[in-house]
Design a protein around this ligand. Structure first.
Ligand SMILES: *[C@@H]1O[C@H](CO)[C@@H](O)[C@H](O)[C@H]1NC(C)=O
Ligand SMILES: *[C@@H]1O[C@H](CO)[C@@H](O)[C@H](O)[C@H]1NC(C)=O
Ligand SMILES: *[C@@H]1O[C@H](CO)[C@@H](O)[C@H](O)[C@H]1NC(C)=O
Ligand SMILES: *[C@@H]1O[C@H](CO)[C@@H](O)[C@H](O)[C@H]1NC(C)=O
Ligand SMILES: *[C@@H]1O[C@H](CO)[C@@H](O)[C@H](O)[C@H]1NC(C)=O
Length: 425
């Protein structure tokens, strides 16, 4: 009897324990059951992971109560419209935290001081959010240029599909602001795929990331390299897959060559132009020629395709490397001239560098002005000579007495000078 009661009690306890275990989180009482905490294999390493995936959270208040030993935070699939100040609390110091994944949270705003106490975080992932960082503050746009400023050890920043749609033109300028103010001097990898970027308003958008090695710009709407890469001395991979390049400008090819040919580079530059809508025409020919001659490694060059314009008999895409360039000798020669002319590299940090075109414009003006000035001076001199010649008799008459006077004065002076030594001796 006692035995049966004991067994029943044990079964009940186990049952209750099981129910309790199901409903409380391994992270402690402050967490919903959907969050889990503990050591587990993460990227082939045993790490302490806090995982709140699809936990139905609407704010980040649980993050103040994470176990101190947390190394990886996975906080995805929730609905957090705004990250408040001090996401991790104002007194905590998660000294071991190295990876923060806050993807797919519908985040619209990150406050300037959202992230504090993140001295060791190396990777921040904010993919698939709805960020708006425009400098024009209104109820929709929120601009906090110091959002990443506490990530002093950040090495990789993932912003794939992170921004609100249709924010492209302004985006680059705002990004630059953030990069300047956040001092991400150790950042090596930057992911900006799927952000509908059409162009960069600010050419130097990436120039404040001196350690940048991998720049991922795939799945955007870029048509040319209208951002400066020569300030990125350590760049080794430039991903431009699935953009809108119809051809590649010879000046862009030159820029890539210049970067690759730097004497002090330690790594080979790799670019990927795969799956861009290149045209099978003479505008693409310089690129096609460049691929086979450059020292830059063109990844996936064998799968590059080009497309005949509509109306062409065979509208099928063709392999770019097999394109017939027989009629394009002129285009290739013109491009070769551009490729072989060294252009003065803009020096980043130079205030004039960012306004390269206006500067070139001004120097053109200056040259014209100097030329005009010289011509006018010549004419003036000619007129003066003519005047002198025409009125030479009058001048002679006017000048002769003056000469005589001067001559007399000189005579007197020399006499006086000769006298002086005698007086003193
Ligand atoms: C545990 O959760 C289940 C549903 O997930 C619920 O039916 C049950 O009442 C909960 N038990 C406790 C003790 O909260
Ligand atoms: C995090 O939790 C989700 C769902 O609970 C699971 O699918 C995912 O594999 C977990 N991730 C890690 C790294 O443990
Ligand atoms: C955060 O969300 C939880 C529910 O997940 C709620 O109970 C709590 O009041 C919220 N805290 C704040 C500060 O809004
Ligand atoms: C993103 O924000 C805009 C408003 O800024 C809103 O209209 C849109 O529904 C949001 N999208 C998502 C997926 O949250
Ligand atoms: C490498 O050379 C470039 C100019 O050619 C210079 O700007 C850069 O600072 C140099 N880097 C190092 C590490 O010496």
């Amino acid at each position: 009897m006692i035995l049966i009661v004991a067994i029943a009690a044990i079964i009940l306890a186990i049952g209750a324990g099981g129910v309790l275990g199901e409903n409380t989180s391994s992270c402690g009482p402050n967490f919903p059951a959907a969050c889990s905490c503990g050591q587990e294999m993460y990227e082939s390493e045993m790490q302490y992971v806090v995982n709140c995936t699809n936990a139905g959270l609407v704010n980040t208040s649980v993050l103040e109560f994470m176990p101190d030993q947390v190394e990886v935070l996975i906080f995805t699939g929730n609905r957090i419209t705004e990250l408040p100040w001090n996401v991790f609390g104002s007194i905590n110091n998660y000294k071991q935290l190295r990876i923060v994944d806050m993807s797919s949270n519908h985040i619209r705003e990150i406050r300037g001081k959202s992230y504090h106490h993140v001295p060791r975080v190396e990777r921040l992932i904010l993919n698939h959010n709805n960020l708006s960082i425009s400098r024009y503050e209104d109820e929709v746009n929120h601009h906090h240029p110091r959002v990443f400023s506490n990530f002093i050890n950040l090495q990789s920043l993932h912003l794939t599909d992170a921004f609100e749609d249709n924010s492209s033109p302004q985006l680059s300028e705002d990004l630059h602001d953030i990069f300047v103010n956040s001092q991400l001097v150790k950042l090596q990898k930057l992911h900006l795929e799927q952000n509908e970027i059409t162009h960069f308003k600010d050419r130097n958008v990436f120039c404040d990331l001196p350690s940048l090695r991998d720049l991922h710009l795939g799945d955007n709407d870029l048509r040319d390299l209208n951002f400066e890469v020569r300030c990125l001395n350590n760049l080794r991979f430039l991903d431009l897959e699935r953009n809108k390049f119809g051809f590649v400008k010879p000046t862009d090819l030159r820029v890539l060559n210049e970067l690759e040919e730097r004497p002090n580079r330690t790594a080979n530059l790799i670019v990927d132009f795969n799956l861009n809508p290149f045209g099978c025409d003479c505008r693409t020919a310089p690129f096609r020629a460049w691929i086979t001659t450059t020292r830059v490694t063109v990844r996936n060059k064998d799968s590059l395709m080009c497309f005949h314009s509509t109306g062409h008999v065979d509208a099928e895409p063709a392999h770019l490397l097999q394109m017939d360039m027989g009629q394009c000798a002129d285009a290739i020669a013109a491009a070769a001239t551009i490729l072989n002319t060294a252009e003065d590299e803009p020096h980043y940090g130079d205030p004039e560098a960012s306004h390269l075109q206006p500067q070139a414009h001004i120097s053109g003006h200056t040259a014209t002005l100097i030329f005009l000035l010289i011509v006018l001076t010549m004419i003036l001199l000619g007129l003066l000579v003519a005047l002198v010649y025409v009125s030479r008799d009058k001048l002679k008459y006017m000048i002769t007495p003056v000469f005589d006077n001067v001559a007399k004065k000189v005579q007197y002076t020399s006499i006086k000078d000769e006298d002086c030594p005698e007086v003193h001796v």
